[in-house]
Design a protein around this ligand. Structure first.
Ligand code: FMN
Length: 200
């Protein structure tokens, strides 16, 4: 996927998404979306994560997570995922489907490793310290285990993972309008997208 890093064309769904982010910027939760993955047994799993922007000038969406979390197992079995993102002020939904790439401390691509370190540096202390908490999803640990020393802002903890979603399909629904408006964006090849207005 990451041979597509330099100089990729901005996909056509980026401008309606940028407009939605701008018009909904007064609501901090506009930067949260739901990320659905597929478990090893084929069942869906869904959770809220924070949008961390795009990787450089690519169309790859950045998220962060803990390598110890259950979603990691899902992604290793099935890299396919779908984001569902609703903007309350403008009343529009983006469903963004694609493949996820995990950038953990062992990832060999030096550019992506640099992106992981920069993302770690950009976090608040509060966000960073959560990666020093006890193993997510295990039985509740002692209270004191949740007050570890603050991690070094310049060195990502090994369990810190950058997640990149490489979209292949974007379904944009605008509830505003009579009738509503809906568009389907499909990636035809690495650099070309089709845009089709479809029935809501
Ligand atoms: C508002 C909000 C933001 C969250 N942001 C993240 C995030 O950026 N990354 C993350 O791994 N989990 C985030 N979480 C926690 C996840 O929703 C989830 O509980 C956790 O990642 C464990 O999921 P899993 O067991 O499917 O791996 C967030 C939860 C909420 C409510």
């Amino acid at each position: 996927m990451c041979e597509s890093l330099p100089g990729i064309k901005i996909a056509p769904w980026r401008s309606p998404l940028a407009r939605a982010l701008h018009r909904n910027r007064s609501q901090p939760y506009s930067r949260y979306f739901q990320l659905a993955t597929v478990q090893a047994d084929g069942r869906p799993a869904n959770r809220t994560v924070v949008f961390r922007g795009f990787l450089g000038d690519t169309n790859l969406l950045k998220m962060i997570t803990d390598t110890r979390s259950q979603k990691l197992d899902h992604i290793l079995h099935h890299p396919w995922a779908e984001i569902c993102w609703y903007f309350t002020i403008t009343r529009e939904q983006f469903r963004i489907a694609g493949e996820l790439t995990l950038i953990d401390g062992n990832h060999l691509d030096s550019e992506l490793q640099k992106a992981r370190q920069l993302t770690w540096q950009d976090l608040s202390d509060n966000a960073r310290v959560q990666f020093a908490w006890p193993h997510p999803g295990k039985p509740r640990g002692d209270q004191q285990a949740f007050s570890p020393p603050l991690p070094d802002p310049n060195h990502a903890l090994p369990c810190f993972c950058l997640l990149l979603l490489d979209p292949v399909k974007v379904d944009h629904l605008e509830l505003r309008g009579e009738p509503q408006n809906r568009w389907c964006y499909l990636r035809e090849n690495p650099h070309t997208w089709s845009t089709t207005a479809i029935n809501p």
